[in-house]
Ligand binder design. Structure first.
Ligand SMILES: *[C@@H]1O[C@H](CO)[C@@H](O)[C@H](O)[C@H]1NC(C)=O
Ligand SMILES: *[C@@H]1O[C@H](CO)[C@@H](O)[C@H](O)[C@H]1NC(C)=O
Ligand SMILES: *[C@@H]1O[C@H](CO)[C@@H](O)[C@H](O)[C@H]1NC(C)=O
Ligand SMILES: *[C@@H]1O[C@H](CO)[C@@H](O)[C@H](O)[C@H]1NC(C)=O
Ligand SMILES: *[C@@H]1O[C@H](CO)[C@@H](O)[C@H](O)[C@H]1NC(C)=O
Ligand SMILES: *[C@@H]1O[C@H](CO)[C@@H](O)[C@H](O)[C@H]1NC(C)=O
Ligand SMILES: *[C@@H]1O[C@H](CO)[C@@H](O)[C@H](O)[C@H]1NC(C)=O
Ligand SMILES: *[C@@H]1O[C@H](CO)[C@@H](O)[C@H](O)[C@H]1NC(C)=O
Ligand SMILES: *[C@@H]1O[C@H](CO)[C@@H](O)[C@H](O)[C@H]1NC(C)=O
Ligand SMILES: CC(=O)N[C@H]1CO[C@H](CO)[C@@H](O)[C@@H]1O
Length: 604
């Protein structure tokens, strides 16, 4: 059946057609698919996975994408409490394609030795990740755009440490130093020679994505097409791209450069505050001055402008699916890799923090059996859930893989497989990244960005909303985001003093900050390792008889002494990489009998 709601405005349609008609340099090649077991193609759904780069939720970027709203949000479901578990591209993308948290992938950075493509390959993921699982189950898989940093013109596909991406029927990926060059992208398709383009990057990726959808349709197998434009990432380069990109800013397509002329960063309570906030290096930041404020607003405007071509990409994809009559069996997912901040808590443009700006991200899906025009705020989901979600929708058993996530409640299969939980475990190792003019800031002052954090929230009768951060230098942050959504009133250490009368409401009851903090600290440690499903059901690490499944359960006064006595989360020192020994043991569970204790020792 064709969607009756598909109506294209004439102006927009013209733009899409130009993109579609002009892709002369893209030969349609149907490559042989890797062998896989026989499957029942008539029932396997297809997937289109569109992922932008560094797109925020909290600065309202979605409000400036009317086509995305029209074709995906209004026709599908928005997951309003979706999070990145590490707010940086390579770690987050690795978690997305493996279904594992960053401490389990140990791809912790955007560059070697701790991260990027070389580390991804070194850790064996090029042999064992999402597209391989799909092709082994009868799918054709395609990918175009940015995959990981460190895929370079000089090395990609050249030797054992820099293999071509495996598992893809065909992949045409952006390579450094041209990955983040908006008007001179450079790409390599499978084994073909590297190719430099003079097209606007998003239009090029859109055209390639659409050609892949057509190839996939012709090939007649169920398919997955990943389309990953770089917008609204800052323009940058990892080498000697020529000509030198002129601006360290997001760049729009010329047709959008006039838009939003007077727009400014939303003046939320945490934007360039008069008093410093946060923990760690954030506390040392000076207030943004007039020039920096102008930069912040320019950055914001440029990001929204750059997202316009992504919005058009969405429409072009929808139009193609409509033409090919693929709607009845295709899921279309829209998301990003991590969020972004501009001036909140005085932080210059960038990502990598545990604040809501950086971890809370867009995620929406449209497809067969997906509720239309629904905003889900009743479930907490994250990027580690994505691989098991897609496999579940494809009817592929999760069995052989160990996932740190649970299928999202999408359609009947997803609802059935989903394990409800209230928390997201967030982690980071290394340095903060500053972009735009701030990249010149003296990094040595801001080096240690190693932390563990939690976002945890409940809905309905059980409504509460908390953020907790433990920094490697021993700083702590705790926010009651029901009353303090912008994370400006750090209840620690202020409220650990006896004189503090602030309370936190959980499940309709009020508790002291100390009692809540004790539980959150236990929980943040319970998700340190994620063994045996601990990141999906973290309370079962602390309460092994399984009768505590929510924060409200754990608040029971009979557990006060236990949580009070638990050693608190603490780093030996600040390492720029994942040093498990420096992060202490997983805490001993409640009421350990010898028997339980023995199980626990096996466990850690
Ligand atoms: C890319 O640019 C070339 C040269 O200007 C043009 O011929 C081609 O149509 C463009 N492709 C897309 C997809 O816009
Ligand atoms: C494929 O699935 C359809 C729909 O469930 C079913 O009617 C058909 O018999 C299946 N074919 C095979 C070969 O299993
Ligand atoms: C993670 O990788 C780094 C090297 O990139 C290594 O030094 C460290 O020991 C690894 N951590 C764990 C826990 O394996
Ligand atoms: C911040 O400080 C400026 C200058 O002192 C003052 O004008 C402004 O009202 C203050 N803002 C807040 C929210 O206190
Ligand atoms: C989906 O639509 C196509 C074309 O309209 C049709 O051939 C196919 O049988 C439909 N599949 C399902 C599962 O309804
Ligand atoms: C879902 O959220 C979006 C953005 O906040 C809003 O525009 C839309 O009206 C909401 N839809 C529903 C059904 O609440
Ligand atoms: C909490 O303490 C402040 C001052 O320390 C006081 O003004 C306020 O009334 C107290 N609130 C309650 C609920 O006791
Ligand atoms: C959970 O079980 C323990 C005994 O193992 C019991 O003491 C406790 O009251 C139970 N807690 C809840 C919330 O049911
Ligand atoms: C970072 O942490 C290390 C180890 O804890 C410490 O020696 C160093 O002074 C810290 N650097 C900054 C800029 O705080
Ligand atoms: C349910 C359970 O195992 N309860 C035990 C908790 O620990 C106390 C003291 O060790 C025992 O008396 C309880 O039986």
């Amino acid at each position: 059946m064709k969607p009756t709601t598909l109506s294209l405005s004439v102006t927009i349609f013209t733009v899409s057609l130009i993109v579609l008609a002009d892709n002369v340099q893209l030969p349609v090649v149907a490559l042989a698919a890797p062998n896989g077991p026989q499957t029942n193609n008539s029932v396997k759904p297809n997937f289109i996975f569109i992922m932008s780069d560094d797109q925020d939720y909290e600065m309202d970027s979605l409000d400036y994408m009317p086509l995305l709203k029209k074709y995906i949000a209004d026709e599908g479901t928005r997951f309003e409490r979706h999070y990145a578990t590490t707010a940086q591209c390579c770690p987050s993308r690795t978690s997305l394609w493996t279904g594992k948290t960053t401490h389990n992938t140990n791809v912790t950075d955007v560059r070697p030795p701790y991260g990027a493509w070389v580390k991804f390959v070194e850790r064996g993921f090029n042999e064992d990740y999402f597209p391989i699982w799909l092709t082994n189950n009868g799918y054709n898989t395609y990918y175009t755009g940015k995959f990981q940093n460190g895929q370079r013109r000089s090395n990609y596909g050249k030797d054992a440490a820099h293999f071509l991406m495996k598992g893809w029927t065909s992949a045409d990926v952006l390579l450094e130093p041209y990955t983040y060059n908006y008007n001179q992208p450079g790409m390599k398709r499978d084994k073909a020679d590297f190719k430099l383009y003079n097209n606007y990057t998003t239009d090029l990726i859109s055209a390639k994505g659409i050609d892949y959808i057509k190839d996939a349709h012709k090939a007649g197998k169920p398919f997955f097409v990943g389309i990953a434009p770089i917008a609204p990432h800052v323009q940058t380069w990892g080498g000697n791209a020529t000509p030198t990109p002129p601006e360290h800013l997001p760049i729009s397509a010329p047709r959008h450069s006039h838009m939003f002329p007077t727009i400014t960063v939303p003046p939320t309570k945490n934007f360039n505050p008069n008093k410093t906030s946060g923990g760690g290096w954030v506390q040392k930041l000076p207030k943004l001055n007039t020039d920096e404020l102008a930069q912040a607003n320019l950055f914001y405007r440029r990001r929204l402008q750059a997202l316009q071509a992504v919005d058009e990409l969405v429409e072009a994809v929808i139009k193609t699916l409509d033409d090919l009559e693929l709607f009845n069996n295709t899921y279309i997912i829209y998301t990003t890799d991590n969020g972004y901040h501009i001036g909140q808590h005085r932080i210059p443009p960038g990502k990598g923090c545990a604040y809501e700006t950086d971890v809370h991200i867009p995620f929406m899906v449209r497809g067969p059996g997906v509720d239309k025009g629904v905003n889900r705020t009743d479930v907490v989901t994250n990027h580690v859930d994505v691989a098991p979600t897609l496999l579940t929708l494809a009817g592929i058993p999760l069995g052989p893989h160990e996932f740190d996530g649970t299928p999202m409640p999408i359609g009947k299969a997803g609802e059935a497989a989903h394990v409800a939980h209230e928390h997201v475990g967030i982690e980071f190792w290394g340095e903060p990244q500053f972009e735009g003019a701030a990249k010149e800031l003296d990094k040595s002052k801001f080096r240690n960005n190693t932390y563990k954090a939690l976002r945890i929230m409940g809905t309905g009768k059980n409504a509460f909303n908390l953020g907790y951060i433990v920094w490697c230098n021993g700083d702590h942050e705790l926010y009651d985001m029901t009353s303090d959504p912008y994370q400006m009133d750090n209840l620690m250490p202020r409220c650990l003093a006896a004189s503090c009368n602030t309370t936190i409401t959980i499940g309709g009851k009020s508790y002291s900050v100390k009692k809540v903090r004790d539980r959150l600290d236990g929980l943040v440690q319970a998700v340190k390792k994620c063994e045996n499903g601990a990141c999906i059901k973290p309370w079962s690490t602390l309460h092994m008889n399984g009768n505590v499944t929510t924060l409200a359960d754990a608040m029971n006064t009979e557990f006060d002494d236990y949580y009070d006595s638990l050693a608190k989360m603490k780093y030996d020192t600040c390492y720029p990489y994942y040093n498990a020994a420096a992060e202490g043991p997983v805490p001993k569970p409640f009421n350990s009998s010898d028997d339980l204790f023995a199980r626990w020792t096996d466990y850690v």
